[in-house]
Write a protein that binds this ligand. Structure first.
Ligand code: FAD
Length: 401
């Protein structure tokens, strides 16, 4: 049995992180079984920003062309004053992103990315189980034992827990600690582009910022859909995923008095999804012998750098590198954790501080509004791009076959 187990990998969770890990493992010679709780695979109908560092992983996985074909490519990332519309901050993307960071910046429909990963995982021979919630695991010298809620046991030399924000396997690994509500909620969804006046939405990643709330807009699927994410600070806790009637009106009420373009766009929203935003303030361990966490299960973050899925994709590449470099699985997983730790912690921290900046909650924002940032962006446009080099310029797949 041990012989057959040696290259057997188990993956819990079939979101973007779990599928990417399963695909990467299968491509590097592992026999992989993936267990997803939901009866059907899928992703919510909303957008995802795939920055150059994420696109490099998509290239490595062989999915880039398919994804790029159905994506939208923004010309810039812009922050504007939500009331006056005045530009505050601008970084050129489009061709400038490819030239500076070595890959494009794309806006992708979540369902398209998820479907591409799923098809590729299936083609690579990953065993895909749906309606298969995992419950817990145990470890033994030769690997991990994964227990499903139905009581069945599966064994493998490595177990990757990519079971998301509420990861039950993380609880086994780290105790009952869970992600905490950040005091912010997000509405999100898409609007057919023909429902809004032409030219209203710039072909860019735009953040309309203001005290206590902000709105992000960009296009998906060429320019046929407008994606929006509206974030609001709110004291009472909201669970991470529900879609309530009447939410469109609540959303609009929050942005009353904002710039006309914002109001016109929000008038076209029908039934948005509502999410509470959760994060983990402190990092805890990601590994336990042959078991490792990946994606949101390891490092849930606020979405204000648009990097959660990007980090999950990077995790998958680093995992495969570590497993190819270390003959013992537990050593490999510790190396994976060590390689990812500082980068992910930095992204989490910067995501948090971006939220403060968008909502003018920094000292500088309170005193001077955004004028210093606007002045700096105006005087030294390259400086804003340079601030992102460590993140977008990184290629986690470098040297990988
Ligand atoms: P998930 O997508 O949560 O997948 C976990 C999977 O595990 C699910 O399929 C779930 O059903 C399954 N599961 C759960 N429990 C069990 C169980 N017991 N057994 C088996 N399976 C189980 N990231 C970006 O890179 N760019 C962006 O622009 C961006 N925008 C965002 C905007 C918002 C408003 C939010 C909230 C997030 C955003 N993110 C973005 C972050 C990104 O969505 C997540 O980081 C990413 O989807 C995490 O993927 P994952 O596979 O780790 O987890």
């Amino acid at each position: 049995e041990a012989e057959g187990q040696a290259r057997r990998a188990l993956v819990a969770g079939g979101g973007i992180g779990g599928l990417a890990a399963a695909l990467a493992l299968a491509r590097s010679g592992w026999s992989v079984a993936l267990f997803e709780k939901a009866e059907r695979f899928g992703e919510v109908g909303a957008g995802l920003q795939m920055s150059p560092n994420a696109c490099k992983v998509l290239r490595w996985l062989g999915l880039y062309d398919r994804i790029a074909e159905g994506a939208a490519q923004p010309g810039a990332a812009t922050m504007r004053d939500g009331h006056t519309g005045a530009p505050i901050y601008r970084v050129l993307l489009g061709e400038a992103a490819e030239a500076r960071w070595g890959a494009p910046y794309l806006h992708v429909h979540r369902a398209d990315l998820h479907a591409a990963l799923l098809d590729a995982a299936r083609e690579a021979g990953v065993e895909l189980h749906t309606g298969a919630p995992v419950a817990s695991y145990g470890t033994r010298p030769e690997g991990a034992r994964l227990k499903l809620e139905d009581g069945s046991i599966h064994t493998g030399a490595v177990l990757i827990a990519a079971d998301g924000l509420r990861s039950p396997l993380r609880r086994v690994l780290n105790g009952p600690e869970s992600a905490h509500f950040s005091g912010q909620i997000a509405w999100r969804g898409t609007i057919p582009a023909e429902w809004v006046p032409e030219g209203l939405v710039a072909p860019e990643a735009t953040v309309w910022a203001g005290p206590g709330r902000h709105l992000v807009t960009y296009y998906l699927r060429g320019r046929s859909l407008v994606n929006f994410v509206a974030v609001e600070e709110r004291a009472e806790r909201v669970e991470e995923d529900w879609s309530g009637a009447g939410e469109a009106d609540r959303l609009r009420a929050g942005f009353a008095g904002w710039h006309d373009d914002v109001q016109t766009l929000l008038a076209a929203v029908e039934r948005p999804f509502v999410w509470g935003l959760f994060e983990r303030a402190e990092q805890v361990r990601w590994c336990d012998g042959p078991v490792a966490l990946l994606g949101d299960a390891a490092h849930a973050m606020l979405p204000f750098m648009a990097q959660g899925a990007a980090m999950a994709l990077e995790d998958a590449a680093e995992l495969v590198r570590a497993l190819s470099e270390h003959p013992r699985v537990p050593d490999a997983l510790l190396a994976y954790e060590a390689a990812r730790w500082d980068r992910v912690t930095r992204v989490q921290a910067q995501s948090r501080s971006n939220g403060m900046l968008f909502h003018k909650r920094t000292e500088i924002g309170r005193l001077f509004s955004w004028a210093p940032i606007a002045a700096l962006t105006w005087l030294a446009p390259g400086l804003a791009a340079a601030q992102l080099d460590w993140l977008y310029g990184h290629d986690v797949t470098e040297g990988l076959p």
